[in-house]
Ligand binder design. Sequence first.
Ligand SMILES: Cc1ncc(COP(=O)(O)O)c(C=O)c1O
Length: 361
Amino acid sequence: MERLTPRAGIGQIAPHKPVRAPHGGRPFIDLSLSHNAIGPSPRAITAYRQAASNLHRYPDSEHTMLRAAIARRHDIALDHITCSNGSDEMIQLVAEAYAGPGDEVLFHQYGYHGFAKAARLVGATPVVAAERDLTVDVEALVELAGDKTRIVFLANPNNPTGSYVPVEQVQRLRADLPAHTLLVLDSAYAEYVRRNNYDPGFGLVDDHDNVLMVRTFSKSHGLAGLRVGWAYGPPAIIETLDRVRPAYNVGLAAQAAATAALGDEEHEAATLAHNDECGAWLAHELRAMGVRVYPSVCNFLLIRVPPDPAMSVATLQRHLWDHGILVKSLTSYNLPDCLRITIGTEEENHALVAALREVLD
Ligand SMILES: Cc1ncc(COP(=O)(O)O)c(C=O)c1O
């Protein structure tokens, strides 16, 4: 009898493994995931609580209030927006809608791991363009784009590198890609970027029928636990994604909280100010210990640990773990001497620096 097997490609997807927390319910500091350091907006919490008495109801399958809030906030049209269960789901929906066996899905070397997963999930071939100095090389992407390339994913800025691609280069990328290739701009960290030559993608979407921008409420809005993402694109692409997605993909409380979060510009400003200030402090302290800190426009820092046989990344991670501090190693990205550290609260950042000083100073 033939054995039961999953579709081709599924076996190459590694199940997600979170960084393990210390045993015994000890308090710990989690800097391994790109959480919002100051937490969710108080307005989102209120809306979430108010949704509790309606939890027996299905959520709005058209995300009406949420899309209206997004449209108002960004001055964009409703039929250009759809929502998802985190932006991770949107990345998968795009792959399901536009790629399949025999097709290629192109992305960059240290690109967000969701891109490779989405390609494999639909049986397409992931194609990877080399980066330069942990930064996307637009020309390398163009060189690898061909007849079979259905999707190009560009995380801008990128996780885990924290680097970004200036808007002129993204425009050039679109111009040099084949017309049949959908360019997906994953702008998960857009709000954090303080650079004049950065654009999350609104203009590119407006100017082309083959560009989609993907956004999330997980980072600057602090709602990672609720899973809300959205996309801005030409109505034909949005309508396609609406056909593919599960009808009730964004929960009722999640829609309510995300809608409220969008109205809390004070919380968002506080998030960004915290990130600017604490990120600069943390980078300075780490550099003073001889650690290489890559420039980051996100809410995390990528660090390279100085070569020292007595202090490998694994040893360092273990040392931090013993202090109840979780950070992310990047062996799965083939960056074995690097760690990704999220910018935490002031207290968390001080605890991290103190623990690192014990072994690095
Ligand atoms: C670049 C990038 N894209 C997408 C995501 C997915 O985020 P979420 O599914 O929480 O919206 C992440 C999460 O870390 C990310 O870093």
